[in-house]
Design a protein around this ligand. Structure first.
Ligand SMILES: Nc1ncnc2c1ncn2[C@@H]1O[C@H](COP(=O)(O)OP(=O)(O)O)[C@@H](O)[C@H]1O
Ligand SMILES: [Mg+2]
Length: 302
């Protein structure tokens, strides 16, 4: 049985004057114990898919199962299998951190949960904030509480919607250490993120979504193997020759060019030299997931 199964999921929002097709037939499965990454630009449909999974939004069509439970027909069982960390910070400002976590435990019918709550607080670096009111916490601390809140009932499936967007490096590290441990202990993880190096480091498989459609789905290593092996990076103030400009990724003065091997790199450098293009700070790096991602999002094959 799959941990999560999305079957031809569609979602159309009725916005004033026009319909927004947020999801256009998304299908994929996540196996028990997998660490799965869902990547896509803003507006691709990631949060919509997760809202449907969590029972917070209703699909226009298709079916979603969590541990075999249909998220609509069998809402309670599906919800109980899931721990969801939402993208938006939502919390009750009048409760302390501990009260927030006790309330959430009560929602799942768990009475004496303080041992696990203490463990969550310790693992998320929140022990000294247990009695603080939610409104006294910084954004990063609130985000930690949201993570703890999602985990109070020890859900087999953990879903995180851009948990590290705009949070400090320390929280990212604390969070990933803890989530990776839970994954090693058997929890399934579904993560959406903007940080591709995070997905590359953590995820077994990756799905890429664009305008409500799944445009890539493979193991992280296969996605990386399918791309150029090297990336030539340099700075220049000169215009690139047209043949290279077409394949380059340009950010201000920084130019990146994909290359297959050493011969290819030599040819690229020769082309630059012949065009009179002066390069500075030249380096050769390994292509990364960001290169795969950009290729796919630009409609080129990986
Ligand atoms: N409640 C809503 N009403 C109307 N349109 C929405 C609503 N929520 C999301 N959308 C639209 O659906 C699309 C997908 O959004 P979303 O799922 O939030 O994408 P992502 O999380 O990948 O950034 C976007 O075009 C967004 O504007
Ligand atoms: Mg989102």
């Amino acid at each position: 049985m799959n941990a999560i199964s999305f079957q031809n999921v569609t979602k159309t929002y009725q916005a004033p004057g026009r319909d927004v097709k947020a999801l256009q037939g998304v299908s994929f499965d996540i196996a028990p114990g997998e660490f799965f990454g869902l990547l896509g630009p803003n507006g691709a449909g990631k949060t919509t898919l997760i809202s449907i999974l969590a029972g917070l939004a209703r699909a226009s069509g298709g079916q979603v199962l969590v541990q075999g439970h249909d998220v609509r027909r069998d809402y309670q069982a599906a919800r109980r299998s899931l721990g969801v960390v939402p993208q938006e910070l939502v919390f009750d400002p009048f409760f302390s951190v501990r009260e927030t976590l006790r309330n959430q435990s009560g929602y799942f019918g768990i009475r004496r949960n303080d041992d696990w709550i203490d463990e969550l607080l310790a693992n998320l670096g929140l022990s000294d904030k247990a009695e603080a009111n939610m409104r006294q916490l910084s954004g990063g601390m609130k985000r930690r509480v949201l993570v703890a809140q999602a985990l109070v009932h020890k859900p087999p499936v953990i879903v995180l919607d851009e948990p590290t967007a705009g949070v400090d490096v320390e929280l990212r590290q604390t969070l990933w250490q803890f989530i990776a441990r839970l994954n090693r202990e058997g929890h399934t993880v579904l993560l959406t993120t903007h940080y591709l190096e995070e997905a590359e480091a953590l995820c077994h498989r990756i799905g890429m979504i664009k305008q409500g459609q799944l445009v890539a789905l493979d193991t992280t290593s296969a996605l990386l193997a399918g791309t150029a092996h090297a990336m030539l990076r340099f700075k220049t103030d000169d215009a690139l020759p047209a043949a290279l400009a077409a394949q380059a990724r340009i950010t201000g003065r920084v130019v990146q060019l994909p290359a297959q091997d050493a011969h290819h790199i030599e040819r690229l450098l020769a082309t630059l030299r012949e065009a009179g293009c002066r390069v500075e700070d030249l380096e050769i790096g390994r292509a990364d997931l960001e290169d795969v991602f950009l290729n796919i999002m630009q409609g080129k094959s990986a």
